[in-house]
Design a protein around this ligand. Structure first.
Ligand code: M6R
Length: 612
């Protein structure tokens, strides 16, 4: 949560800040602010989005070749101008931006107040800048040393960048449990929460590790040392990211663009990893640990939100195809309930961002207990990617829309490949079924393309339900988690209350909700439980419910019972979620648009949840 961007060099910093903050706005959009160093410090902060900041900045002195910027997702203190970053020290010398939570801020604040510090915001960040000031003044330290000593007193998570007005040729950055990337330009430096604000200027980057402090200077030097004062050699990496993929490319919203990208992103996720004709699957990360994985006592999948839904589908895939027992856990619950983990377990983290705080913490705990930890993430170089013993990238490209779409189908593609690989090695599926599934997997991108061509019909149906207050999503087997995912998509972007249920569970409670005002979205493309789903639809209709059914092309039975049917191509059941989720993504998107919602930046949400 919260996005940080900073620049030090010879260019004008303000436009770099604004562009960078726009790219990071997916991380939070409660307020935005910049600090520019131009002999003196200019700080401009505003409640709202980056656009509000830009409007507010008109006519102000925006000069300066050193700057820090911030887009906020509020934790401590409501979203208003006062709590917006950057925050200033009491003596007006230091200013900083922060992503994370200082957990012991209250104790620190009380101690600083006793020393005469006065605070103007409710944030933990302001406490941190005062703490650095106190240490710097008391011990007469250079800024990087004051930051180092101050951070030793801090409990919590942080990514910070600090300006010292009296030391104007440098920026100091530090991280612990919140990401920070340093871009190395020809004669300048860029610092940001992720690489998206940097890629336009340079592809040479250094990912800062936990408890590391970096000092970048106008003389072109970059120095990294730890909080315990050990020098580190910067590990320079080359970014593999195309700028074009960060743009909307003609779509109204990133979410719509990302939904439409799925035929390509799924193909990208499979590229070089499988060949249906020759009958092989090669997954770099899995190859190294294939024995351990195929002999694992069980897989434990940890994730949050949409990634957790992908984990639930993986449970069906691994158990059904590879006969490996699977437990799927909310990372936030798992980390706090003293779970039994042994060295024979494989713990798999699913995360688009690779930065989700709860998922990271769950993995760290599993690692300590000796389990093999495996990551399936989208963002290259992210914290989870670097923490895990092994892993595979989803290769979906940057996902900017807060509602996850292409990362979900990317995760499913990779999980299917993993399950098939292990099933093949363990001999738990026949050769012919293995080949059938691989061949069908190659057909999935084209089949998604066909569903996308039907977007107009889905938009029409969405129009019929734009006034709904509640919705129920039902699915069975492989498609039960898709029901959960459909409901999450609808509620997070349109603010319509929605619940996902296993279709057969409906009778145990939710059936009481059904009346003529309740749209019930039934995922009915399963082959195995088809008759049972038909009965579930009959049950809804008998209570005057309105049914929208996702059915296989050519389905003649449900068409006559349901109020609306959306046809999708037939496929093998383990692959069916890859298709059935697409109309649900579009349905949520169109309803939200028709209700006037900002689908890319839904209220109260952030793309990357780096606080617990
Ligand atoms: O980056 P992650 O996959 O770890 O994020 C997990 C959730 O925060 C995320 O899926 C969230 O639920 C999305 N808003 C869903 O669209």
């Amino acid at each position: 949560m919260c996005g940080i961007v900073a620049y030090l060099g010879n260019k004008s910093a303000y436009p770099i800040m604004i562009k960078g903050l726009q790219r990071l706005e997916y991380r939070g959009y409660d307020s935005a602010g910049v600090a520019l160093l131009n002999g003196s410090l200019t700080i401009i902060r505003r409640k709202g989005k980056v656009k509000d900041l830009e409007d507010f900045a008109v006519g102000k002195n925006l000069s300066g070749t050193v700057g820090i910027g911030h887009t906020r997702w509020a934790t401590h203190g409501k979203p208003d101008d006062r709590n917006a970053h950057p925050h200033l020290s009491g003596n007006g010398r230091l200013t900083l931006v922060h992503n994370g939570i200082i957990e012991n801020y209250d104790t620190l604040k009380k101690a600083l107040e006793k020393l005469g510090h006065v605070f103007h915001s409710e944030t933990d960040t302001e406490v941190l800048v005062h703490l650095i000031e106190e240490i710097q003044t008391r011990d007469n330290l250079v800024i990087e040393e004051a930051v180092r000593v101050a951070l030793q007193k801090v409990v919590g998570a942080y990514a910070i960048v600090v300006i010292d007005k009296e030391d104007p040729d440098k920026l100091v950055a530090a991280r612990k449990a919140s990401p920070l990337v340093i871009g190395i330009g020809t004669d300048d430096f860029y610092i940001a929460s992720d690489a998206t604000p940097i890629v336009e200027y340079t592809k040479k980057v250094v990912y800062l590790n936990d408890e590391e402090i970096a000092v970048v200077k106008k003389d072109g030097s970059l120095q990294i040392f730890t909080i315990s004062n050990e020098m580190q050699k910067p590990h320079i990496q080359q970014l593999d990211m195309e700028l074009e993929r960060l743009e909307k490319e003609g779509f109204d919203y990133f979410m719509l663009k990302e939904i439409h990208e799925q035929p390509r992103t799924i193909a990208d996720g499979m590229r070089g990893r499988m060949n249906a004709e020759e009958g092989w699957i090669r997954l770099g990360g899995v190859a190294e640990y294939v024995n351990k994985m195929s002999k694992a006592q069980r897989f434990i999948i940890v994730a949050c939100g949409t990634s957790w839904h992908a984990g639930l589908i993986a449970e069906y895939l691994f158990e059904d195809l590879a006969r490996i027992p699977v437990e799927v856990e909310y990372a936030s619950e798992f980390r706090y309930r003293n779970p039994i983990i042994t060295e024979n377990d494989v713990v798999i983290a699913l995360s688009q961002s690779g930065e989700t705080a709860d998922t990271m913490a769950a993995l760290e705990m599993a690692k300590e207990k000796g389990a093999l930890i495996y990551g399936l993430v989208n963002v290259v170089g992210s914290s989870i990617a670097r923490l895990t013993d092994a892993g595979s990238y989803i290769h979906a490209g940057p996902e900017i829309g807060v509602a996850s779409t292409k990362a979900f189908t990317g995760q499913l593609t990779l999980l299917t490949l993993m399950a098939l690989k292990l099933a093949y090695l363990k001999g738990t599926i026949t050769n012919s079924y293995f080949h059938e599934l691989l061949t069908e997997l190659e057909n999935i991108p084209a089949k998604i393309g066909k569903i996308l061509q039907n977007a107009e019909q889905i938009e029409y149906i969405a129009g019929e339900f734009k006034g709904a207050s509640n919705a129920l999503y039902l699915g069975r087997g492989y498609n039960f988690p898709v029901a959960l995912e459909g409901a999450l998509k609808l509620k997070e972007i349109s603010y319509i209350h929605a619940e996902g249920y296993p279709a057969a569970e409906m009778k145990h409670g939710p059936i009481a909700l059904i009346d003529e005002n309740m749209p019930v979205i039934v995922i009915a493309n399963n082959k195995s439980a088809y008759e049972k789903i038909v009965s579930n639809i009959q049950e809804v209709k008998a209570r005057r419910g309105v049914v929208i059914a996702i059915v296989e092309e050519g389905d003649e039975v449900i068409k006559h019972i349901a109020d609306y049917t959306i046809e999708i191509p037939a496929t093998e059941e383990p692959l069916s979620p890859l298709l059935s989720v697409i109309p649900l993504q579009l349905f949520a998107y169109y309803i939200a648009i028709l209700r006037g919602c900002n689908v890319d930046q839904p209220r109260n949400l952030a793309k990357s949840v780096t606080v617990e």
